[in-house]
Design a protein around this ligand. Structure first.
Ligand SMILES: [Fe+2]
Ligand SMILES: [Fe+2]
Length: 147
């Protein structure tokens, strides 16, 4: 599969999970926990895969190199919130607020990739390269799928 197609499908799924969780109330403890676990798992695989296969190639180009570093910094920011969200109780106003910020960061991250980073990747890399990256990503996803 074409790498960008695969990543866009992932984004669509992620946006759906984030929205579903945002719409839960503080009483929906188990649902919040389950959804957050899914988001955590999916986000981890997704970002790892992007960095390992796509951004690694984009680092070689002067034009996209700053975007690769920016991407990494955003990933660190999002990742740093995960243990906090995992540790604290989901039935509190604090958790709701923390998750809201987490969602905003993710939404921003996705939007920037779709509007800037992916179009740039399509410009700089050949279709063959992007197909090859896509194939590697598919293998990676299979290997790390939740059992
Ligand atoms: Fe990303
Ligand atoms: Fe992404």
């Amino acid at each position: 599969m074409h790498a960008i197609k695969l990543l866009l499908e992932d984004h669509k799924k992620m946006k759906k999970f984030l929205k579903q969780l945002e719409q839960t109330s503080e009483r929906a403890v188990q649902k919040r926990k389950d959804l957050f676990n899914t988001i955590k798992h999916e986000a981890k695989i997704h970002e790892k895969m992007e960095e390992l296969y796509l951004f690694k190639l984009l680092k070689e180009y002067e034009k996209s190199r700053p975007n690769v570093f920016e991407h990494h910094e955003e990933v660190l920011l999002v990742e740093h919130m995960i243990p906090q969200l995992s540790r604290s109780k989901v039935n509190t106003e604090e958790w709701t607020a923390k998750f809201k910020v987490f969602k905003e960061l993710n939404d921003h991250h996705i939007e920037e990739e779709e509007e800037e980073k992916f179009p740039q990747a399509i410009k700089l890399l050949s279709k063959e390269e992007l197909m090859e990256v896509g194939a590697k990503m598919e293998m990676f996803k299979k290997k790390h799928a939740k059992k």
